[in-house]
Write a protein that binds this ligand. Structure first.
Ligand code: PEP
Length: 249
């Protein structure tokens, strides 16, 4: 991924059976037209990774929504980064708020997952974001920058090896988006955190915005200062709406 291109990533969450692969096929057929402006990714449920890879072609990356920190072992129900790579997955979302909340994932656990992904040559998209209560108390920036300082690997061996997604929890699946000013302020703070930790390489890490991104608001959000792309939930499930976001690039 090059930093002069935006990364547009879809997170299907626990949605989609095999019939939904037709949406991925339709997305793949069109995103090539925007290859000079963006890098495109769909993260379907793990059950659809192989099917998605088979229909995605060259213009569309396929990724997973989580991985275990170990390569293999007695971890019933989990999947490893090696398994994702084996199916042709090139990205993995780690530390989504739904996993931090629903599966008690700590920053330390998220960091271990991100490191496991890097070992397999998979790019982790490391998520962060505050609750509404934290934002109202003025704690958002401090909390989110600490999450990213603690959830990213200690070392990176090349530019653009990881991506970050800022997803305010109160904006996920609610139809509410953060204001462009709030997004710009947070992304600037995150950039500083990344540069403090990784030096100049911190400038090569994409910082995505996520939270109710849709075709109608994508243009504003994608052209906000320091926004390098979007992580899209609900609007990534249908080719028409995902492509509507892509067209806003
Ligand atoms: C997400 O959960 O990654 C997300 C951004 O969801 P939505 O776009 O549906 O708010």
């Amino acid at each position: 991924t090059e930093k002069n291109k935006k990364l547009i990533a879809g997170n299907w969450k626990m949605n989609g059976v095999q019939a939904a692969l037709k949406e991925i096929e339709q997305i793949a057929a069109k995103v090539g037209d925007y290859a000079d402006k963006g890098t495109f990714l769909i993260c379907p449920p793990a059950t659809l990774l192989a099917g998605a890879r088979a229909v995605a072609g060259d213009a569309l990356h396929i990724g997973a929504q989580d991985c275990h920190s170990a390569t293999s072992g007695a971890f019933t129900g989990d999947i490893s980064a090696q398994m994702i790579a084996d199916l042709g997955g090139s990205f993995v979302i780690v530390g989504h708020s739904e996993r931090r909340e629903g599966h008690n994932e700590s920053n330390e656990a998220v960091k271990a997952k991100a490191e496991a992904a890097l070992e397999q040559g998979i790019k982790p998209i490391i998520c962060c974001g505050e609750t509404l209560e934290q934002r109202e108390k003025g704690e958002a920036i401090g909390f989110v920058t600490q999450q990213i300082a603690d959830s990213t690997p200690d070392r990176l061996s090349k530019d653009g090896e990881i991506a970050i997604a800022y997803e305010p929890i109160w904006a996920i699946g609610t139809g509410k988006t953060a204001s462009a000013d709030d997004v710009a302020e947070m992304h600037m703070a995150l950039r500083k955190t990344l540069v403090d930790k990784f030096g100049d390489r911190g400038h090569t890490i994409e910082i995505l915005y996520g939270g109710s991104v849709k075709p109608e608001n994508a243009n504003t959000l994608l052209h906000t200062q320091d926004v390098d792309g979007a992580l899209v939930g609900g609007a990534s499930l249908k080719a028409e709406s995902f492509l509507g976001i892509v067209a806003a690039l």
